[in-house]
Structures are given as C-alpha cells and as structure tokens.
Design a protein around this ligand. Structure first.
Ligand code: PLP
Length: 369
C-alpha cells in the first residue's frame, strides 16, 4: 500500500502495512479476543498468537516457546540491556539509540571505516573487560552494513559472554538462524517488514537467562505482562510469511533495483557512498553529496513528493550529524550532507528513475547557490 502520489523510499524507518497484514489486522479486530480467556473467543485469540509464534520460530530457527511478543524492538532492546544492568556490557558505536540510551555505561566497540565492527578491537575489549553481554546489531539501519554476526557471537561466547543481536533490519533480508549464528537474544519489530507498528518480539535461546522488563499479569508465560496485542500479532504473522517468501531473491532484486542509483552517483563529483566496500543489504544506500545539506535535500525532495531520510533516528525534527557516520570516520560536514534511500516491497523501477531525475536537478540547484 503506497500513500497516494508519494514515492516512498524510507522503508528502514517504517514499511507501509502490507495488504495481507492489513487484512489479518482487520479480521482479528472483528471480535473481542482476549487470549487469556478460556471461552471460545479467547481460544481463537490464543490460536492467532500461537500461529505467529510458530511461524516466527521457523523463520529464525528458535523454539516457539522461547519467543516473547512485545511492543517492538525498543522494548526488546531495553529488556535485554537492562537485565544486565549490573554487569559489564560491550556494544558498538553504531547501535540504535534504543540500545545506546538504555545502557549508556556500556563499552562501545569501534567500527572500521566501512562500518563493519572492528573484530580485533572487539576481541581486545572482551578480553580486558570480561563482559556478561555483547550487544551488536545484525544490519545497521543507516548504512545497511551487515555485521559478521557469527564471528561476533563466537568472540562473545569464547569469553563467557552471551550475545544479543538487534535483528530489526535483518529480518527477511538475510537468513537469521539463531542456532547456527549463535544468537542468544534476538530483537525484532513488525513494522520494518510491513507489519503494524507497536508489535515485535524478543527471542531467547536456552541460555539460562530470562530477561523480563514488564511485570504484572502472567501473559507471555510471565515473561512480558500486559494483555496481548492479538490483532497486531496476527498481522505481524501475515507480514512475516510474505516477507520470508521474498527472502531467497531479496538481495538480487534490490541490487538490480538500486543499481541505477549507484551508477548515477558514480558520475557525480563529490559523492561518497557509505559502506560501499562492506557487505550491505542491497535495499539500503547511504551517501553524502558535497556542497549540499541533508536538510535542504530532504525538504526539496519532499516538495517533489519523494519521502526519504538521512537515516539517523531523529525525534527533534532537526537534522543532526549522524553518529554512525562519524564513528565511520566521516567528517561532520559529510555526515550532515547525507541521504539514505531504503527501498522495500512496493518500490518500482519508475520510483527510482523519478528520484534520480529530481535528485540531479535539486543537487545542481543547491550547488549553484
Ligand atoms: N533497532 C533498529 C536497528 C531500528 O532500526 C529500530 C527502528 O527504528 C529500532 C531498533 C526500534 O524499533 P521499534 O520502532 O520497533 O521500537
């Protein structure tokens, strides 16, 4: 579902609700489903939740009983990080604010210039600080850079630490196999895959720890109190099944779709594509254009009916230099002249063509000033 007449290239921020997810959402709001009730409507609500749990378990190779539904990845990240509040945590300089701000005292491992975690530094930090938890994301939301999750898990486990992975931007884009990759805690969010906002999951491997943030009723096996969001979870399930059916061809599809952008940027002066030589998810492209500013580019593109962002989480409405790009060694100026294209299931080749046409025109105009 696309907003009328708007070319939407901001899928890493939130994806439009898929038609199947909308239908599941509407269907599951037709009755009063309280999954804890023992009457037939309660049992129907329960079965909708358990179906999604089973589907998600298959998608990430985790026993369904180890999956807790919650309000999204901010909650999932806070749940895990705060569980280890009294212990040493190593995270990275490029995590989402829901990791960094939930545990500001965590030690931050640096990244290389291409945005990949510096594994040698991580090994040193782990050896020196002996953390209880290592928390490093699978795919960065701003640059699309894919982290070596399996290596990170091995480094953490070899030092006796558990491994938490913010997998929000990875679900449906790369295979996420908790057992094979050695992920102890995995946070996910429905709205990044075309499910509804305000729904997510925390999957926990059998590792002897059961992080709990919200206490109260015994919902979610007493792991997460609060009446379950039955309709949201059912809708998450519908979005998940569609998303997983696209996984095999995902990288090829987006690599072909966004190729014209890379080709065009390569013809322009003063353009830096961030993380270009690193493994990246092909739907995401973050680049800086010298002589411009994110603010002016974003506003001008918005006036042309194109919605995208500079990539960094922003709640103030003001465009600030991205700490992710600064951590990658980008200058302040470069980090303030960045655009992030993030395409998704409804992006068409014609959207990319119009975007490029407008981008070239706008850049020329800004640079002339
Ligand atoms: N982690 C990453 C990498 C994200 O991109 C986001 C979304 O912006 C979050 C966590 C937070 O997710 P949610 O919106 O479900 O709280």
């Amino acid at each position: 579902m696309k907003s009328e007449n708007i070319i939407y290239l901001d899928y890493n921020a939130t994806a439009p609700l898929r038609v199947s997810a909308r239908e599941a959402l509407i269907e599951a709001t037709k009755n009063a489903y309280n999954a804890s009730s023992i009457h037939s409507l309660g049992r129907k609500g329960r079965s909708l939740i358990e179906q999604t749990r089973e589907d998600l378990g298959k998608a990430i190779n985790c026993p369904p009983a180890q999956i807790i539904f919650n309000s999204g990845a901010t909650e999932g990240n806070n749940t895990v990080l705060k569980h280890f509040a009294n212990e040493t945590i190593i995270t990275s300089a490029i995590e989402h604010p829901s990791v960094l701000e939930s545990m500001p005292a965590a030690i931050r491992a640096p990244v290389l210039k291409n945005g990949v975690i510096d594994l040698d530094k991580l090994k040193e930090l782990v050896k020196t600080h002996k953390p209880a938890l290592v928390s490093i994301m699978a795919i960065n939301n701003e640059t699309g850079v894919i982290q070596p999750v399996k290596d990170i898990a091995e480094i953490a486990h070899n030092a006796g630490a558990l491994y938490h992975c913010d997998g929000v931007q990875a679900l449906g884009r790369i295979p996420l196999d908790m057992q094979d990759m050695g992920i102890d805690f995995l946070t996910l969010s429905a709205h990044k895959i075309g499910g509804p906002q305000g729904v997510g999951a925390l999957a926990v491997r059998l590792c002897g720890e059961n992080p709990i943030l919200l206490q109260g009723g015994g919902q979610e096996k007493s792991q997460r109190a609060g009446t379950e969001n039955v309709a949201g979870i059912a809708s998450f399930g519908a979005a998940l099944n569609e998303t997983m059916s696209e996984l095999n061809n995902y990288q090829n599809h987006y690599s072909a779709l966004l190729k014209p952008i890379i080709e065009t940027l390569n013809t322009m002066d003063g353009v830096t594509i961030h993380g270009l030589d690193a493994p990246r998810t092909a739907n995401t492209l973050s680049f800086s254009i010298e002589g411009t500013s994110s603010e002016t580019l974003l506003m001008s593109l918005d006036l042309e009916g194109i919605a995208l962002s500079n990539g960094s989480a922003c709640s103030s409405g003001k465009v600030e230099a991205s700490y992710v790009l600064l951590a990658m060694g980008c200058s302040e100026k470069c980090a303030k002249a960045v655009l992030r294209v993030s395409a998704g299931y409804d992006t068409k080749r014609s959207d990319i063509d119009v975007f490029l046409q407008k981008l070239l025109k706008i850049t020329e105009r800004i640079r002339k000033k």
